[in-house]
Design a protein around this ligand. Structure first.
Ligand code: 4AZ
Length: 339
């Protein structure tokens, strides 16, 4: 490495350290991996904003279609108990994540839906909505117990998996889990999460995504992070007396040391254009494939990312969406649920 490069590297590292705070804060706003606020407050807040705003000001994120009534009867909605009243319309405001019935008593969802900071939330703040296609229908069942994976990391979102034991069994069909890893093909993702116009739907939405190698997500996201870093360095370059060349060298040097955003416990799925993707509020919901033996859930909606100056971490070109890879958790699920 030559001198100039080393200098660039030191400068870049110190700038990166200075910017770590602002970057994390900026990330927290966008609901991506850095989400500081839990979906339980973030999603209902966004829905309130939707009602107050006269028109959606968000960019396109997610190309879904409305699911047919009762098409996916294993889908559940996680509702904030304290936002519910006797009116079924309150279920729209209260819904903050999705989940899936894997047995009459157990719901599979994402750990990040059920933690506040890094502590699991108490079961009584969660009500599970079953048998709903539109959010103003269905049957409510209180959560009886919440089991969050011990290895869940708030910062990397590794092990983003949790179980909810229902206070009473659901009388609804369940979805099967995979016997082994499924690496390619087309999968369906469903949820009541944010749509491409920025609004949240009342009716359950569905869309098809391609299962991708983790490398696709890793390289797409690193490219986005690299571009963000270059923008930051460029903005600071006059104060630091950095030339364009210095900025480029520093960016390249840091980019070369970036780690992979995805762990082996994650699964990458989406479309190159980003036109079809899961988004805020879909978290915890199922990604599933059609097999000869019926539907099999291969993933749990977990996270995504996009450039820092974009409004949402969904629907970005080559970024794809990140899901929890269920095949890695068969033992964990049986240990915790006895299934
Ligand atoms: C979220 O914040 C979220 N594009 C879920 C999925 C994706 C991004 C964000 C994937 O719940």
């Amino acid at each position: 490495m030559n001198c100039r490069n080393t200098l660039g590297q030191i400068l870049a590292l110190s700038i990166a350290a200075t910017l770590a705070g602002p970057i994390a804060e900026a990330g927290a706003q966008f609901g991506g991996i850095q989400a500081a606020q839990s979906p339980m407050s973030r999603i209902p807040d966004a829905k309130r904003t939707q009602r107050e705003a006269s028109d959606g000001e968000f960019p396109r994120v997610f190309g879904g279609v409305e699911a047919e009534k009762d098409a996916w009867p294993f889908q559940v909605g996680l509702l904030t108990s304290e936002m519910l009243d006797t009116n079924p319309d309150s279920q729209f405001d209260a819904q903050f994540c999705g989940g899936s019935l894997i047995s009459p008593e157990w719901v599979l969802t994402a750990a990040h839906c059920l933690v506040d900071g890094s502590e699991p939330i108490p079961a009584d703040v969660v009500t599970v909505l079953i048998k709903a296609t539109a959010l103003n229908e269905g049957v409510r069942i209180p959560a009886g117990e919440i089991v969050v994976h011990d290895g869940y990391s708030n910062s990397t979102l590794d092990n983003d998996i949790a179980l909810i034991k229902l206070a009473s069994p659901a009388d609804a069909p369940t979805i099967a889990l995979p016997q082994n890893d499924i690496e390619s093909g087309v999968a369906t993702v469903i949820g009541w999460g944010r749509m491409e116009d920025g609004n949240f739907p009342i009716n359950l939405m569905q869309t098809e995504v391609d299962l991708k190698p983790n490398d696709s997500c890793n390289s797409g996201m690193k490219e986005i992070y690299r571009d963000d870093l270059a923008k930051f360095l460029w903005d600071f370059s006059p104060r630091l007396r950095l030339s364009g060349e210095d900025v480029e060298a520093a960016t390249a040097s840091i980019a070369a040391t970036m780690g992979d955003p995805l762990t082996a416990n994650m699964l990458c799925a989406g479309t190159e254009s980003g036109a079809r993707d899961a988004c805020n509020g879909d978290s915890g919901g199922p990604l599933f494939i059609q097999s000869d033996d019926g539907l099999i859930q291969v993933g749990i909606v977990s996270w995504g990312d996009g450039p820092l100056d974009s409004e949402v971490a969904c629907g970005h070109q080559n970024a794809f969406g990140v899901y929890t890879r269920i095949s890695r958790y068969r033992d964990w699920i049986s240990e915790k649920s006895g299934l």
